[in-house]
Design a protein around this ligand. Structure first.
Ligand SMILES: Cc1cc2nc3c(=O)[nH]c(=O)nc-3n(C[C@H](O)[C@H](O)[C@H](O)COP(=O)(O)O)c2cc1C
Length: 175
């Protein structure tokens, strides 16, 4: 029995949905899976776990500082374990920016940390115009206009390729 922990940062809940989808791909007869919010438990102890997966979304160009802080504090332990990282952002809806190697946010993130995750991926996120406050809705509309994305502020657009998320879950099982 392996112990796996999925640590996440989310603002609007999409990254936790991705964590749940990853969990569904992992055989629970052979693995014990725990999902933890980095905001609720910034000092979570990963010592007892065999595999540590961290997932975080992008907001205004950055992963949350709770993600950086956790990685910095736990780098020694992370390096001793099987581990993976994934990023969620809407730039990844573009085919030329949807791999770990070609996604600018993931590449920038990796250049800012010294941890080298053993498995990496990036998933396209979701735009939920009706859920946002006036400022965020305006900003996202502007970004979407500039990047030729959808701008109807009455709609929700989900770009996530769930088969890709499932494939990532399988790869975690095989780590
Ligand atoms: C206010 C705001 C700012 C965002 N900024 C970016 C951004 O700079 N680049 C990007 O690719 N996606 C951006 N996104 C898209 C989010 O990454 C996407 O909505 C993701 O699904 C959010 O995941 P979460 O619900 O787990 O936080 C932004 C979304 C919001 C609401």
């Amino acid at each position: 029995m392996e112990k796996i922990v999925l640590l996440y940062h989310t603002t609007d809940g999409h990254t936790i949905e991705i964590c749940e989808a990853i969990k569904n791909e992992i055989d629970t007869a052979k693995n014990e899976i725990t999902i933890i919010s980095l905001i609720e438990q910034p000092n979570f102890d990963i010592t007892p776990f065999d595999k540590v997966i961290i997932g975080a979304s992008i907001r205004y160009g950055y992963h949350d500082k709770s993600v950086f802080n956790f990685i910095k504090k736990n780098q020694g332990l992370l390096d001793q374990k099987k581990n993976a990282f994934f990023s969620v952002n809407v730039v990844a809806r573009k085919p030329e920016k949807n791999t770990a190697e070609t996604n600018p946010y993931l590449q920038k993130f990796l250049s800012q940390i010294t941890w080298k995750p053993k498995l990496l991926d990036v998933f396209a996120g979701k735009i939920e115009y009706p859920k946002y406050n006036f400022f965020d809705r305006f900003m996202i509309q502007l970004i979407m206009k500039m990047t030729k994305g959808p701008t109807d502020k009455t709609q929700t657009y989900e770009f996530t390729d769930w088969n890709r998320v499932k494939a990532f879950g399988k790869k975690i099982s095989e780590l």
